[in-house]
Design a protein around this ligand. Structure first.
Ligand SMILES: [Zn+2]
Length: 247
């Protein structure tokens, strides 16, 4: 049974209720990347009462992370602490019945199946398309939904991929080369608040899927200079995409 006192305001939300809370408590989520997006994703997913949360990151905390990676402090940076371990140790204190497991590794072809295969939803807190394509292809092959998120300057994007049902990342961005030719967070920087908006959209999508709700359609686009949030209709899946062959 869900914990009444901890979650009564969450369970009061239309579309959640005790049934949704019970579903979350039995769910397993993989958060790939524990930086800016990952800090917010992991926070909301653990705090919502998801039963098991796996965190993957092989990076350590630096001073330049602190303005936007909201779970870290100066001491974490000065000690060069591992991001996944810091996030796990901080969020493990929230609900003792939620299992938060840190994996201090980079997600690669030889370890991704074991991690993705054991969860219900994967959320993308990475900052590169190479890893996103790896997540996409594995999730499509294993039939596991995942939620893409990306931030750049004051803008960001998010999209939910349900294999066999919605366009996948390769339907929208067919090649790594095309996706990486443009500006990158390394060159353009990232505005702190846009991280919160995009990761919150992603966390909402993940929690909705776990409670049995359909994904939001299309590609969400955020522009905080304009103060706007819009959705781009993606149409259907691209007929020649590899995701069509595995469903
Ligand atoms: Zn596709």
């Amino acid at each position: 049974m869900p914990d009444e006192e901890r979650f009564f305001r969450q369970m009061r939300v239309s579309g959640i209720g005790p049934e949704g809370q019970a579903a979350l408590s039995k769910s397993r989520v993989l958060v790939v990347g524990c930086g800016a997006l990952g800090s917010v994703l992991a926070s909301f997913i653990v705090r919502a009462g998801v039963g098991t949360v796996h965190l993957v990151d092989d990076d350590w905390v630096e001073l330049s992370n602190l303005y936007r990676q909201i779970l870290f402090d100066q001491e974490d940076a000065l000690q060069r602490r591992d991001k996944a371990l810091v996030v796990a140790s901080k969020l493990s204190l929230v609900h003792p019945f939620v299992t938060v497991k840190a994996h201090r590794i980079r997600l690669l072809d030889d370890n991704i199946d074991a991690l993705v295969g054991g969860v219900d939803v994967v959320v993308d807190g990475t900052d590169n398309f190479e890893t996103r394509y790896r997540i996409n292809d594995t999730c499509v092959r294993l039939g596991i939904p995942w939620v893409y998120g990306g931030v750049l300057g004051m803008t960001g994007m998010s999209m939910t991929v349900v294999p066999g049902q919605t366009p996948c990342l390769r339907c929208v961005f067919p090649s790594v080369a095309g996706a990486q030719d443009g500006p990158t967070p390394e060159r353009e920087g990232v505005f702190g608040p846009v991280v919160g908006v995009v990761a919150s959209l992603q966390a909402a999508e993940a929690l909705k899927l776990l409670m049995g709700h359909p994904p939001s359609a299309g590609l969400a686009r955020v522009d905080l200079m304009e103060g706007s949030l819009s959705r781009l209709d993606l149409g259907g899946r691209r007929p020649d995409c590899s995701c069509g062959q595995s469903s």
